[in-house]
Design a protein around this ligand. Structure first.
Ligand code: GLV
Ligand code: MG
Length: 319
């Protein structure tokens, strides 16, 4: 293990993340009452240019007036991109007026580390000027070829806590042939998103960030959503977007470690503790060799399971 180590920057349960357009306040109540872990209220691509200002006002009002945190929701706002003239006012108005109700800001189309730095500087100044007590984390969407080409440098940016893979814009940026957003093109013998998600996840984990998979467009196909979510989970993502409420339970299920896996992880840790007490570094469990690397994998599973259990307890208390 290197002497240079990046611990997880911030642990949050983010199995499912519901995208809710700020221009559709009639969807807010349903989002509030859903079982979703994270919500991003959107100011970017789901909002038409003429609705940007109203969407901002809707979001500020909703953050201030609706009991998101009491219902166990982690709240994020997706601002407009740095290449638009809406972005600065998104940050200023939302953070000044509703910063204390906000957990993270999701920055779209991040291409270089400086994009994150700009938002970080603005948020820090506004927090100080307005005496906003809570931290506001930053999350970045990797969804352009420039962003993917720089993903390792972006992942090292300060104050960032997660990267998301935005497969729709990424397809547009690299001119991939896409049949369904986030789905597979049968012309490709395998998973054409593998390399991109894999690279992003490695960059995330190297710097202690959460890795989140983005949208799956065909909400009439839960089977294909689950397949996409499982592919992402196998690669190390810890959650996936829901662009429709029907996808929330699917994501929560795929990204919760199954009870049998949690049980085995706990048994691995016990078996290795017992082996250590006898001066041994390795042991055998169910006929398989386990060692310190097995313990690290098991600790990851137990940590996620404990965080989910903690969250469910808090939600049950609030209900
Ligand atoms: C998300 O924003 C995407 O482009 O997939
Ligand atoms: Mg996008």
């Amino acid at each position: 293990m290197s002497f240079t180590q990046y611990k997880p920057v911030k642990t949050r349960v983010q199995r499912s993340e519901l995208a809710v357009p700020g221009s559709n306040p009639q969807m807010f109540e349903k989002a509030l009452n859903s079982e979703v872990d994270f919500i991003f209220l959107d100011l970017e691509d789901a909002v038409a240019p003429n609705d940007k200002v109203t969407a901002r006002e809707n979001i500020i009002k909703a953050l201030k007036e609706m009991p998101w945190r009491e219902r166990g929701k982690t709240m994020s706002v997706r601002i407009n991109g740095l290449d638009t003239h809406w972005m600065y006012r998104d940050v200023v108005d939302v953070v000044e007026q509703a910063g204390e109700h906000l957990d993270t800001i999701l920055i779209p189309k991040v291409g270089v580390p400086g994009d994150v730095y700009m938002v970080e500087a603005m948020v820090a100044q506004i927090r100080e000027a307005k005496a906003i007590p809570n931290e506001i984390g930053l999350e970045a969407l990797i969804e352009t070829t420039l962003g993917m080409a720089n993903v390792e440098a972006i992942a090292a940016a300060r104050n960032l806590e997660a990267l998301h893979f935005g497969v729709a814009d990424f397809s547009a940026s690299r001119r991939s042939r896409t049949v369904v957003i986030g789905g597979l093109n049968p012309d490709y013998p395998g998973d054409q998103w593998h390399a991109a998600i894999d690279r992003m996840v490695t960059a995330c984990r190297a710097y202690g960030l959460r890795a989140i998979d983005g949208p799956f467009g065909d909400f009439s196909s839960p089977e294909d959503y689950v397949k996409a979510a499982k592919r992402a989970a196998v690669l190390g993502c810890e959650g996936k977007w829901a662009i429709h409420p029907s996808q929330i339970a699917l994501a929560n299920d795929v990204f919760s470690p199954p009870p049998a896996e949690v049980d085995r992880a706990r048994r691995v840790l016990v078996a290795l503790d017992e082996a250590a007490a006898q001066g041994k570094g390795a042991a055998s469990l169910d006929g398989r060799l386990i060692d310190a690397a097995s313990a690290r994998m098991a600790q990851n599973i137990v940590m996620v399971a404990d965080a989910i259990a903690e969250k469910s307890k808090a939600n049950a208390k609030a209900a």
